[in-house]
Design a binder for this molecule. Structure first.
Ligand code: ATP
Length: 239
C-alpha cells in the first residue's frame, strides 16, 4: 500500500484556448493535510475540479488509493471516498438542511449508517441540528459552509478537498471552520487537500504545501519551510 492516498502526475487542463493547469504533480499522504496555494486565477479550483473529474485533464494521471481515477465519472470518484467541498458552498438553497444532507448520501443505501452519519454531522455542527428544518437560503454564510462540509461527510469519505473554506466568513467563523477541518483529520483520520487564499492560516494547518502560479507549481515544501521562505513571505504573507 502506497503511503500516498492521492497523487497527481503531470496533470494539465484547459478551457478552450486557456490553459488553466499545466503539468501539475502533487502528492497527499494518507491521513495528511496538504495545502494548495496561489493567487486569484492561479488554477487552484481547476486543479480540484480536474481531480473530481468535473473538468477533463488533457494530460497526466490522477491516482487515488493506487487506482487511476481520471477517466472515471465524478459519482464513481465520490463512491471511492474522495469528495470536494466546492468554493462558494453551493448548497441547495431551496431545500432544508436535512434534505441537503440527504443529498450528500445519495450514493448510499444503508439507512442505519445514514442515521449514524446524521448524528455525527449534527454532533460536529449542533447549529445545523437546531436548524434542520430550515431552508438553506436562510442560513448564514458560516452555517452554509458547515452544511457543505456536513453534506460531504454524508458520503463517508476518506479524503476531502476544500476549496477556500474561509471565503467570505468572519474571523471567528473561519477559526471554527478550520477547527472542524483539523478535528476531522485528527479524530476521524480524514486526509485533506486544502485550497486556501489565506496562506498564513493554511500553512499553520497543513504539514506540506504547493504553490501554483499561472497553472504551474512554482514552489513546494514542508509548511515550516515555506512560512520562512523570503519569496513566500513577500508574495503571500505581506512581510
Ligand atoms: P480563485 O482563487 O480566484 O478562485 P483559482 O486559482 O481557483 O482562482 P481557477 O478558477 O482554477 O483559479 O482559474 C484558472 C484560470 O482558468 C483562470 O484564468 C480562469 O479565468 C480560467 N477559468 C476557470 N474556469 C473557467 C471556465 N469555466 N471557462 C474558462 N476559463 C476558466
Amino acid at each position: 500500500m502506497s503511503e500516498m492516498l492521492l497523487e497527481l502526475r503531470g496533470i494539465s487542463a484547459s478551457y478552450g484556448a486557456i490553459q488553466a493547469v499545466s503539468k501539475v504533480s502533487l502528492q497527499v499522504p494518507r491521513g495528511g493535510i496538504v495545502a494548495l496555494l496561489g493567487s486569484n486565477g492561479a488554477g487552484k479550483s481547476s486543479t480540484l475540479n480536474t481531480i473530481s473529474h468535473l473538468v477533463d485533464p488533457t494530460h497526466g494521471e490522477v491516482i487515488f488509493d493506487g487506482k487511476a481515477i481520471h477517466r472515471l465519472p465524478s459519482d464513481d470518484i465520490v463512491q471511492l471516498g474522495l469528495v470536494q467541498v466546492p468554493e462558494g458552498r453551493e448548497v441547495f438553497k431551496d431545500m432544508s438542511v436535512t434534505e441537503n444532507l440527504e443529498l450528500g448520501a445519495y450514493l448510499r443505501r444503508n439507512r442505519r449508517e445514514m442515521a449514524e452519519d446524521f448524528d455525527k454531522v449534527y454532533a460536529m455542527f449542533p447549529r445545523l441540528k437546531e436548524r434542520r428544518d430550515q431552508r438553506a437560503s436562510t442560513l448564514s454564510g458560516g452555517e452554509q459552509q458547515m452544511l457543505a462540509i456536513g453534506r460531504a461527510l454524508m458520503s463517508r469519505p476518506r479524503m476531502i478537498m476544500f476549496d477556500e473554506p474561509s471565503m467570505g466568513l468572519s474571523p471567528l467563523l473561519v477559526e471554527q471552520i478550520f477547527e472542524s477541518i483539523q478535528r476531522l483529520n485528527r479524530e476521524q483520520g480524514l486526509t485533506i487537500l486544502l485550497v486556501e487564499q489565506d496562506v498564513r492560516l493554511a500553512l499553520t494547518v497543513a504539514s506540506h504545501a504547493y504553490i501554483l502560479e499561472n497553472g504551474e507549481i512554482s514552489l513546494e515544501g514542508p509548511s515550516s519551510q515555506l512560512i520562512n521562505d523570503p519569496a513566500v513571505r513577500k508574495a503571500y504573507l505581506g512581510v
